[in-house]
Design a protein around this ligand. Structure first.
Ligand code: AHR
Length: 508
């Protein structure tokens, strides 16, 4: 019996053909008051590594290593019932509140000031979301005043009294969260939300003209209102906002690994359809202004598990920092995740901001145990490696690849690829979607002036369901791929099945 032919893919890279500059904000993260994300995650005053501010230093170090740029806060579904005023002022006087989104108790020990203090240590910028679920323009503009106006008003004096004379200077703001979702507190239809968002945006900009505003798009491409939601909302808000959000989560369903690995195909379509809708409204408005995308929630999330847990909550159960959404990620999850990063890079011209949802414990690349260790999940590695390597311009990759069959998307290219160039080096990002076979890849880099130094590393494992967990926090990590070589301007590499790889090429 003859062996099936190994799948092949051929790429051509030319620095003259670019998609657009890679905005560093593509490597943003997201911290929501949810489960053990803030409390018993980033903030655990009794932990041996905690500083006087209660934040765990070991977690701060991992977040720095991850390389996240902007961080969206404080939600998520949480923000739609949140009073930002509860989170400022003396901690001992802050109210405990029901968090209806996650059926928990919010202690408000961490609020805007504390979170900014954490961000200063992490070295990331704040992206703040306002509550448009149970609140409106008044509270949003008061928050802008509190956060950004230098001095001279009751709100700014309140900020100074709370320990911060200088403004926070928050540049990026989200106008609510997932307002298209029936689960959202204050959910409304596109007409109502569009009007509210336009009103709120105008009010916030009357306080600070320099704000960059993100209006809510669909919370998933599978939403029944998808497409029409974007059109209607943008017709109301086009002149008042800069970006529209996309949210997408993927999970392996019914053991269908092939479709799961190809989730980037869905993300590609999602982005392209939102761009088409935004540009349609641009035509209707007869304007040159372009609306870009803030992909401000994306990840692998085993949502079906969460739905089962959610259905068990009762009226007498409102725990503080319960274990929620604590998915443990496998190698296959990390490879799919790497494919999503490839999709984002390939749309760098229109996706100018993105937030990995989320960061610590809650569907996070970082896990912690109270009083115990903090460690990297498998998904940590594609993110940190890409954030470190993707600089300069995203290149328009010409890809000629064999296909692999998936039940959800039909035949898809067996390899997904993206590349970036910053003048002194080129980074190539590759995902082998084949569930069983290695794929031989050749990359024509003759136009790059490659000097010969080429390295490759990535994520794969004989056991595609291997994980890092408390019992073995370092079972999975990045590994070098020494099949890579370069001769006469042609790079060759063999990608293991179910793998994600980044190649670094020094150029003249
Ligand atoms: O990231 C978890 C949740 O997913 C967020 O709170 C919400 O915006 C989305 O549905």
């Amino acid at each position: 019996m003859t062996e099936p032919r190994k799948p092949r893919a051929h790429l051509i890279l030319d620095p003259a053909f670019t998609i657009g500059a890679v905005d560093r904000r593509l490597f943003g993260g997201f911290v929501e008051h949810l489960g053990r994300h803030v409390y018993d995650g980033i903030h655990e005053p009794a932990h041996p590594s905690a500083g006087p501010d209660g934040f765990r230093r070991d977690v701060i170090e991992l977040v720095k290593e991850l390389g996240v740029t902007t961080i969206r806060y404080p939600g998520g579904n949480f923000v739609s019932g949140y009073n930002w005023e509860d989170g400022v002022g003396p901690v001992a006087e802050r109210p405990r509140r029901l968090d209806l989104a996650w059926h928990s108790t919010e202690t408000n020990e961490v609020g805007l000031h504390e979170f900014q203090g954490w961000l200063d240590q992490v070295g990331s910028d704040l992206m703040l979301a306002v509550n448009l679920g149970t609140r409106g323009p008044k509270e949003a503009m008061e928050l802008v005043e509190y956060a950004n106006v230098p001095s001279g008003t009751a709100r700014t004096e309140q900020r100074t009294a709370n320990g911060r004379a200088e403004p926070f200077g928050v540049g990026m703001w989200c106008l609510g969260n997932e307002m298209d979702g029936p689960w959202q507190l204050g959910h409304r239809d596109a007409e109502d939300y569009g009007k509210l968002a336009a009103m709120t945006a105008k009010a916030m900009r009357q306080v600070d003209r320099g704000l960059e505003l993100v209006v809510c798009g669909s919370s998933g491409r599978e939403m029944p209102t998808f497409g029409e939601w974007e059109r209607v909302v943008l017709e109301h808000t086009y002149d008042d906002v800069d970006l529209i959000s996309c949210h997408a989560y993927y999970e392996e369903l019914d053991g269908d690994l092939a479709s799961f690995l190809a989730s980037g195909v869905d993300m590609d379509a999602f982005i392209e359809q939102v761009v088409a809708t935004a540009d349609h409204v641009r035509a209707l408005k007869r304007t040159d202004k372009r609306i870009n995308i803030s992909f401000d929630e994306w990840n692998v999330w085993y949502l079906t598990k969460w739905k089962e847990q959610e259905s068990t909550f009762t009226i007498d159960e409102w725990p503080v920092a319960p274990r929620l959404l604590e998915d443990i990620y496998s190698v296959a999850d990390a490879v799919t995740f790497g494919g999503l990063l490839i999709s984002l890079l390939n749309h760098a011209d229109r996706v100018t901001s993105a937030s990995l949802a989320q960061l610590v414990n809650v569907i996070g690349p970082i896990m912690t145990e109270p009083g115990g260790p903090a460690w990297r999940q498998t998904t940590f590695f594609p993110f940190s490696l890409t954030s470190r390597a993707a600089h300069g311009d995203a290149l328009r990759v010409v890809l000629d690849a064999d296909t692999t069959l998936t039940s959800r998307f039909g035949d898809v290219p067996v390899v997904a690829a993206a590349a970036t160039s910053d003048g002194s080096s080129v980074s190539v990002f590759l995902q082998n979607r084949h569930t069983a076979q290695a794929t031989s890849v050749t990359v024509d880099v003759r136009a790059l002036g490659a000097t010969g130094t080429v390295t490759a590393q990535g994520i794969w494992d004989r056991d595609v369901y291997a994980v890092n967990d408390l019992s073995d926090t370092e079972r999975v990590g990045p590994r070098g791929n020494d099949t890579v070589s370069l001769a006469d301007g042609i790079l060759t590499i063999e990608l293991p099945p179910v793998s994600w790889t980044t190649i670094s090429i020094a150029t003249a």
